[in-house]
Design a binder for this molecule. Structure first.
Ligand SMILES: NC(=O)c1ccc[n+]([C@@H]2O[C@H](COP(=O)([O-])OP(=O)(O)OC[C@H]3O[C@@H](n4cnc5c(N)ncnc54)[C@H](OP(=O)(O)O)[C@@H]3O)[C@@H](O)[C@H]2O)c1
Length: 258
């Protein structure tokens, strides 16, 4: 499957860890050219190679995102796929969380993804390529203690749905993939009420997918130009439950986050 990326150029944000790093590794193995974005330079340098361009920096910064996208296009002669994956979560009750937590969710998850979309657009138009957003099951319904995270993912859902329709005449595919629980650093990096990373993982319920399996499914969804994909059995069950039995989903959502 992933061989469909041979000689294609893909920008991946959040490539220093977790799902983004697993996607980067798979793409490199498949012979793709990759532009890798994240703040941790050393982690990106570990992935260095002839078909790899690294861009250490912060997706909240629009000018930086522009340089990273243009730099990738210049290095490899265009862009076929841009994956807005960089993200940060929270784990704090709404009433006690510092307001900076909510701004941070929007800055990284919403504006970080918006920047990728904006700057990749002219290149994707040329290649009739793909823009993919890594959402979450919390981007499909709200969860307690994840309110700002959830809201930021809903915001990108609306943005990317709009772009899907705006850009369809240009031949651009816009896909959304919503992972369920995946084994990464996200729960340790999640911001607590004081706006600082909690430094300890919250609990998970049910099966947890490996980052590598999530990466494989996301790349397949991108190659197949899928509209929306929900990952993990638990994630799919939650989305269905919310659609058909929303009051029951309220009760379940109170139990599945910690
Ligand atoms: N793991 C899960 O259970 C799960 C479930 C649903 C959805 N997701 C989504 O999957 C995506 C990837 O998350 P993950 O689970 O792989 O988490 P992770 O292991 O914490 O990795 C997050 C990545 O995002 C990057 N990042 C964070 N803030 C950034 C910023 N301001 N600028 C640039 N890069 C930034 C991090 O790199 P640096 O720290 O080096 O900048 C890191 O590479 C996220 O969008 C997340 O919401 C994850």
């Amino acid at each position: 499957m992933v061989n469909r990326f041979r000689n294609r150029t893909v920008v991946v944000t959040g490539a220093s860890a977790g799902i983004g790093r697993a996607m980067a590794r798979r793409l490199i193995e498949a012979g793709a050219n990759v532009g890798l974005v994240a703040r941790r330079r050393e982690a990106l340098e570990e992935l260095a190679g002839p078909n790899v361009a690294i861009f250490p920096g912060d997706v909240r910064d629009a000018d930086f995102c522009s340089r990273a996208v243009e730099g990738t296009a210049e290095a490899f002669g265009g862009i076929d796929c841009a994956i807005a994956n960089a993200g940060i979560s929270m784990n704090a009750p709404f009433a006690s969380a510092d307001l900076s937590v909510f701004r941070e969710m929007m800055e990284v998850n919403y504006f970080g993804s918006l920047h990728v979309a904006r700057f990749a657009h002219p290149h994707l138009k040329k290649s009739r390529g793909s823009l993919v957003f890594i959402s979450s099951v919390v981007g499909k319904r709200g969860f307690p203690t994840r309110s700002g995270y959830s809201a930021s993912k809903f915001a990108v859902q609306a943005l990317f749905e709009s772009l899907r329709v705006e850009w369809a005449p240009e031949g651009i595919h816009v896909g959304i993939v919503a992972p369920g629980y995946t084994e990464t650093e996200i729960r340790v990096n999640a911001l607590g009420s004081d706006g600082k990373p909690r430094g300890e993982g919250g609990s998970t319920v049910g099966s947890v997918m490996s980052a590598d399996r999530a990466a494989e499914s996301i790349l397949k969804a991108a190659a197949d130009r899928r509209r929306e994909t929900i990952l993990t059995r638990g994630g799919k069950a939650m989305v269905l439950l919310n659609r058909f039995f929303p009051a029951l989903a309220d009760r379940v959502s109170a139990k599945v986050v910690g």
